[in-house]
Design a protein around this ligand. Structure first.
Ligand code: BGP
Length: 458
């Protein structure tokens, strides 16, 4: 049996906009997602969005019972900025009551809440002023963070500022998947810089306020894998490492923006506007821990054409389609568990062996009803196998000395997703969308997770 360290966190992750429902109710103001979907319903499965998610706002107590049922001892979700501070300044007391009770109930059930502050859900009032493009966003976010620490600091010991900051940057400003869906490399870098500073000043507020517990950030990073050892492919790998991995990991953990990144953005005329004192703040406020979301590796090769200045990331590194890759046939993503070992070693050797945990890992499956047995239970053996393979690699990394303290799956109850609605299911519980109350039914993997957590291994 592979045994994991004592007090290992066995949990699952989700986010406010993907689960709470009540998107424009109970005092919450709109986010970019609420607005974008309302304005373009045809792009989003007939307008399905955060308002249609599985109503955790009302059902959290029942869900906590389900978490216990499958042996979870921790759970990560987020606070909705637009719910807590609908206009950015005034506290919504209804939101305070909801989150306080939610977190209290988790604690009572012996499930450690890990609370994140931003999961792609920019409030609309701030977006209308330019969102992360403006320096105002840094102050607005750190005010929100400080408010959350003050309101919930007695109930939460593990905080994270952002989930996958690279995603709202790339998807909003380079790849057209998130609002405002523009392609502007210079803006992307500025947005990235402001996101980083919003993180740093929130860590500063946390440390100066002397709140209990720890603070971190959740990043979607793995080592990159280059097509070959050729100089061109290695240059592409280096650029990808700088932009996609080190851009947040280095300042957040080591307290410095890498020189190579500063040079790269300068070479391409992408240098962001900074303020006096930023560099010092980056140095002074490293995180206590890191969350790593891992689904598939990043494989790169030299781009076919290389524009200088680069107009987007594919002028610097191109995605490489590794011919030997294994594919998840139900979702299309590559399956490469070995990356979890590699990332363990990267955290140990390049990042001072900082405490870290797997904050998301999971297998999305379309049309999952086809695996339902006569009793109504989804027989998701493919998911169990996926998790066992990943945990085997993670265990190997821990044995090699990496300081990993937990494993969270994506996700606990099937949830709505940004671009795919409810198509790809990830949960330990299936959600029935035809049922008004979003009936949840345990899948086989739920039973497996309970055993895993009880044995602290498999
Ligand atoms: C991560 C996000 C999650 C979730 C997950 C699964 O990047 O943090 O919010 O969406 O990916 O991806 P998808 O829903 O696109 O299958």
């Amino acid at each position: 049996m592979l045994k994991f360290p004592a007090n290992f966190l066995w949990g699952s992750a989700a986010s406010a906009p993907q689960t709470e429902g009540h998107a424009l109710l109970n005092g919450k103001s709109a986010t970019t997602w609420d607005k974008w979907i309302e304005l373009n319903p045809e792009k989003f499965n007939e307008g399905q969005g955060p308002k249609d998610t599985s109503n955790v706002y009302e059902l959290y107590k029942e869900d906590i019972e389900r978490m216990k049922e499958i042996g979870m001892n921790s759970y990560r979700t987020s606070i909705s900025w637009a719910r807590l501070l609908p206009d950015g300044k005034t506290v919504n007391e209804e939101a305070v009551a909801f989150y306080r009770d939610y977190f209290e109930e988790l604690n009572k059930a012996g499930i450690k809440p890990i609370i994140n502050l931003f999961h792609f859900d920019m409030p609309w009032w701030l977006m209308e002023k330019g969102g992360w493009e403006t320096r105002e966003s840094v102050d607005a976010f750190s005010f929100y963070a400080k408010t959350a620490f003050e309101l919930f600091g007695d109930l939460v010991e593990e905080w994270t500022t952002f989930n996958e900051p690279l995603v709202h940057i790339e998807c909003g400003y380079l790849y057209g998947f998130h609002y405002p869906a523009i392609v502007d490399f210079k803006k992307a870098i500025q947005v990235g810089y402001h996101t980083l500073m919003a993180h740093i000043f929130s860590v500063k507020a946390f440390k100066e306020g002397d709140f209990k517990g720890r603070i971190g950030i959740i990043l979607n990073v793995t080592p990159t894998y280059a097509k070959s050892e050729s100089k061109e492919d290695q240059e592409a790998k280096n650029a990808a490492d700088l932009l996609v991995i080190k851009s947040f990991l280095d300042p957040c953990v080591l307290g410095v923006v890498p020189e190579g990144l500063i040079e790269l953005v300068k070479e391409h005329d992408l240098t962001p506007v900074t303020e006096t004192g930023d560099k010092e703040a980056i140095k002074n406020y490293p995180v206590d821990f890191i969350g790593i979301n891992y689904y598939q590796p990043m494989r790169v090769e030299a781009p076919a054409t290389k524009r200088v200045p680069a107009l987007t990331t594919t002028d610097l590194f191109a995605p490489y389609d590794w011919p030997e890759k294994r594919i998840n046939p139900y979702r299309g993503w590559e399956i490469y568990p070995e990356a979890l070992y590699d990332v363990s070693i990267m955290m140990k050797e390049d990042y001072n062996n900082i405490p870290w945990y797997v904050s998301e890992n999971g297998m999305g499956v379309a049309d999952e009803e086809r695996f339902m047995d006569d009793s109504g239970m989804i027989q998701d053996d493919y998911r169990i196998e996926f998790m066992e393979e990943h945990l085997t690699q993670l265990h190997k990394g821990i044995e090699a000395g990496s300081n990993c303290f937990g494993y969270h799956t994506w996700t606990f109850v099937d949830c709505w997703s940004w671009l795919n609605g409810y198509r790809n299911r990830y949960g330990f519980y299936r959600v029935d969308l035809d049922d008004d109350n979003f009936k949840r039914t345990m899948k086989k993997s739920g039973l497996w997770y309970k055993e895993l957590s009880e044995n602290n291994g498999f």
